[in-house]
Design a protein around this ligand. Structure first.
Ligand code: FAD
Length: 405
């Protein structure tokens, strides 16, 4: 088998094999026969969360149906379905999801397994949309966890440790439109003086900066729902200037992959992600890291980043800061508290990234920062029991389900 890498190109998987079942029946037969199996979605994680010393189980060739149940306001999607397939189907049915990540090329099962999130004061991570799971356990048995099943809050953000998710039920709502506006050259002190007012400017607000000018944010992307009352003019509120034309989050990069801006309303799924479904997302050839800090401590954490700006910029393509609402999912980065995500898109230079992580993690440690499971952090330094109150319960759940990998 030739070496296989993740999407970003920073990882060569250690897995000794890869299987690609084409049906749930085949998956059920295969799993008990495989050594340390681990599900593999669209390979967009930068950490080893989808890796194993045994066999990866790709969901790419499993069935990909999408079944809308308007009466119950849910949609049932099979595990290998990507948001880019799901969203247009929902939109055709007049329905929508509450939130999306920055790109829709990822699988639904892979996204919820790592607590992937978008942005929004009132919206939780994509995992909070899950109402039920159908999981093929390592023993080959298909188990359904409905909304009231006591294991569901532990099984949603699973890190792929409980089996292969064959299907998920997600909450849906009536379709809505979103318009996004980009404001440039925003004074950081003005933002930090009232961060709550800034993140309330839209249903989704992202602060982007390269830290090249530590006192100025390069761009603020404000996304507003057409079915909610409008708040103040974003440029005036932020003290910046409206971008003239399309922008990529990374300054001076071709904005063609970015979703439409300029305040033009459009269907929710064509505006909530930063990147268009029909383009190669982001800059490619990159590494990502992210830490989630309690919202009430976010200003102090952002000041820590400003304090090391000159060490960040040489390694950094762009930093993104956004909010995620609290939830009760055991391994969610937003478990029990509203959080602010401090995200870094690094250059594809693993040694340089490894060199900057110790100072970054040391500065963020007093804020009980939780690393994003799908991005790069110093795994050996993490004690999850200190950060996740339900860690012990999750370990018990994994044992009960016959963990593998
Ligand atoms: C360009 C880019 C932009 C990104 N933007 C965001 C963002 O906006 N917000 C954010 O939070 N993250 C973001 N991420 C990170 C990304 O969303 C996560 O890493 C996500 O988990 C990737 O999903 P995937 O389908 O590629 O899963 P993989 O990376 O293949 O796998 C991730 C995990 O899911 C498990 N898994 C996959 N499929 C299944 C299944 N069927 N059953 C059980 N377990 C399964 C795997 O075992 C593994 O543990 C981004 C990544 C990239 C590359």
């Amino acid at each position: 088998m030739s070496p296989r890498t993740n999407w970003g190109g920073n990882l060569v998987y250690a897995a000794t094999g890869l299987v690609e079942p084409v049906s749930i029946a085949e998956l059920q037969q295969l799993l008990p026969t495989l050594e340390s199996p681990r599900a593999l979605g669209s390979r967009h994680s930068f950490s080893r969360v989808a890796d194993t010393t045994g066999v990866q189980v790709s969901t790419a060739s499993l069935p990909r149906s999408v079944e809308v149940d308007s009466d119950r306001s849910v949609v049932r999607v099979e595990g290998g379905v990507r948001y880019a397939e799901l969203c247009p189907a929902l939109d055709r049915a007049g329905l929508a999801l509450a939130n999306l990540a920055s790109l829709s090329h990822i699988t639904v099962a892979g996204a919820v397994a790592t607590g992937t999130h978008g942005s929004g004061d009132d919206t939780g991570s994509l995992a909070t949309q899950v109402r039920a799971l159908e999981v093929v356990g390592w023993d080959g048995e298909l188990r359904r966890l409905g909304p009231d099943h006591p294991d569901l809050p532990g099984a949603v953000v699973s890190l792929g440790r409980l089996g292969v998710v064959a299907a998920l039920e997600l909450a849906v709502e009536p379709s809505y439109e979103v318009a996004q506006t980009v404001v440039e050259q925003v004074p950081l002190d003005r933002v930090l003086a009232d961060l709550d007012a800034v993140t309330a400017l839209g249903c989704s607000v992202s602060l982007f900066t390269t830290w090249t000018s530590p006192d100025v944010l390069d761009q603020v992307w404000v996304k507003r729902r057409g079915d909610r009352p409008t708040s103040p003019d974003p440029a005036g509120a932020l003290g910046g200037r409206l971008a003239e034309g399309q922008r990529h989050p990374i300054p001076c990069v071709d904005p063609a992959p970015a979703t439409e801006q300029g305040g033009v309303p459009g269907p929710w799924w064509t505006r909530l992600p930063h990147f268009r479904a029909d383009h190669v997302p982001s800059a490619g050839r990159e590494i990502q890291s992210e830490w989630l800090v309690p919202r009430r401590q976010a200003v102090g954490a952002i000041e820590e980043l400003r304090g090391m700006a000159d060490r960040l910029t040489p390694v950094l393509q762009v930093c993104e800061i956004r909010t995620v609402a609290a939830d009760d999912l055991w391994l969610s980065g937003a478990h029990g508290t509203d959080v602010v995500g401090l995200h870094f898109t690094w250059h594809l230079d693993p040694a340089a990234v490894a060199a900057v992580l110790p100072e970054l993690e040391t500065r963020l440690a007093p804020f009980a920062a939780r690393p994003h499971w799908g991005k790069v952090y110093r795994e050996g330094e993490l004690d999850p029991a200190l950060l996740y109150p339900r860690w012990g319960d999750w370990r018990d759940l994994v044992r009960r389900w016959g963990a593998s990998g």
